[in-house]
Structures are given as C-alpha cells and as structure tokens.
Design a binder for this molecule. Structure first.
Ligand code: KIV
Length: 283
C-alpha cells in the first residue's frame, strides 16, 4: 500500500525512521519498492547520475516528467516525490503551480520538492500548496542555489548560519509544506531543525537526529563514482561488479566462448538442422 503524509506523521510520532532513496527509472524503482523503501525521490540529480552533466541546471521539466513516469511504473505502491528542476518554479507562482501540477497529473507523483533559498521561494511553496499540491521544502545545501552559497559546501557551520537555516525551515513549515528535506549540515543543525518543526524532517548529510534518511541510490550502491560526498555509506560496489561483468563478456565474445550454442541459443530438431545443412550446403 502506498503510504501517505499521514503515515509519515504517524511514523514520526512513533519514532520510526523514514527510509528515502532516489530513483530515476523503472528497474531501480522496482527493486527499491521490493526492498520496502518508504519514499522515492526522482531527484534532479538525474542530470548527473543518468544524463552525464556535471550539475543539475540543464535538467528540464520534460526529462523530469519522463523519468518520474518510469519510476511510477516501477514502484506503483510507493510514495514518489518529483523534484522541481531549475527554473521550473523560480519565475512565477503560475509557472510553479503549472509545473508542480504536471508531476501530479502526468507522472502520478504524490508530492513535489523544491529548493528554498529565501522569501521568494517560500512564497512558491505557499502558491503550490494553495493549489492543493503537497510540497516538500529543501533547505541547507541547495544545489540550484550553489552560486549564491559560494559552491557545493556544507551549510550551517556557525551558530549564526544555523539560525538562518532554522528560520528558513520554520518559514517552509508556515508556508504549508508537508515535509522538509535538510541537506549538507552538521548533525547538531539537523537536530535543531527536527526539534523546532512539527512536519517530518528528512535529511541527506544532516546527521542521525532527523526523522528519515535520503541517499542518492547510485552513491550508496557504489555506482556513481565521479564524486562521493563525505556522508555517503556504500552498501555495494555495483560499478566495479558491472565493469567486471562487461570485461568478461567482451573477452568471451572475442574468444568465441559466448554464446554456447547448446546453452544460449534456440533449439531445433536434429532432423530440421540436417535438412538446413543439406538444403543450403552448410558445413
Ligand atoms: O536531486 C536530488 O537528488 C536531490 C538530493 C540531492 C537532495 O535534490
């Protein structure tokens, strides 16, 4: 059964941790659902993980919708969060509502996430929520605002900076967000936000005190190796395993070891095989 925001609120009350991973396509989503994940984020990290960009800015709404649809096909019973890409909500309330609505209407997402930098983006949360669409606010290290933050750096590393993030998080809750994601802050700042908000607080690189944990699936599988953030724990070395399998395949095809006709080919009766040989003069 697909969980709802009420289930997540109950999990928080019961001190049960919420599990959250990214996915960008059908197969990964299918395995995550089979593993019992609570939430899936179709993140704009799609740009790096699947499309080979070095940042998220080039990702378009159409790409996000197409990948969100594939994730929904793989995980029909899981709460799916669609990530609003760069410039899909910054321009106006109208654009923000229209694009948020596409995630719900076209891709059957349960919620949209948007990065929050200040009052302008908080206002967008209110507009989307007023249109009846659940929103997860994203604060702390917000990659779409990396230029304003001075790069992709941990945030909230002084008391003053922590207070700024806390105030922003509070305004996200006041604007009507049903959950919040905190990225790239010290654990104590994750705790500060958790203890001052009443909506579920998810974290990625925000320590253990928050209500749930998100990781980018390709980081935790050891699949994406261009860069691995400090907070990632690798649960597998899928990239190495894939490369090993590809190398073995290349070797076996070159050496004529694969395929074995008795094993990896369609069968035909000896009688018909003989007839083909004879009729077409095959050796
Ligand atoms: O796009 C994404 O995967 C994200 C996470 C890094 C928080 O926004």
């Amino acid at each position: 059964m697909r969980k709802t925001i009420l289930d997540f609120q109950k999990m928080v009350e019961n001190k049960e941790k919420i599990t959250f991973l990214t996915a960008y396509e059908y197969l990964t989503a299918k395995y995550e659902e089979r593993a019992g994940i609570d939430m899936i984020l179709v993140g704009d990290s799609l740009g790096m993980v699947c499309l080979g960009y070095d940042k998220t800015f080039p990702v378009t709404m159409d790409e996000m919708i197409s990948h969100s649809k594939a994730v929904r096909r793989g995980a029909p019973n899981t709460y799916v969060v669609g990530d609003m890409p760069y410039m899909s909500y910054q321009i106006s309330d109208e654009e923000a509502i229209k694009n948020a609505g596409r995630f719900i209407q076209e891709a059957d997402c349960d919620c949209v996430k948007l990065e929050v930098a200040g009052p302008g983006t908080v206002k967008r949360i209110k507009a989307i929520v007023d249109a009846g669409i659940p929103v997860m606010g994203h604060v702390g290290l917000t990659p779409q605002f990396a230029g304003m933050l001075g790069g992709y750096k941990a945030q909230g590393k002084s008391a003053a900076a922590a207070e700024k993030i806390l105030n922003l998080a509070k305004s996200v809750e006041e604007a009507g967000a049903s959950s919040i994601l905190v990225e790239g802050v010290p654990a104590i700042v994750g705790k500060l936000i958790k203890e001052n908000l009443s909506i579920p607080v998810l974290g990625i690189g925000a320590g253990s005190y928050v209500d749930g944990q998100l990781l980018i699936y390709a980081d935790m599988l050891g699949f994406y190796d261009d860069f691995t953030p400090k907070f990632v724990k690798k649960y597998a070395e899928i990239g190495k395993q894939m490369q090993g399998a590809f190398e073995e395949y290349v070797k076996e095809v070159r050496e004529g070891v694969f395929p074995e006709d008795g094993v990896h080919a369609y069968k035909i009766s000896d009688e018909e095989a003989e007839k083909i040989k004879k009729d077409f003069n095959l050796k």
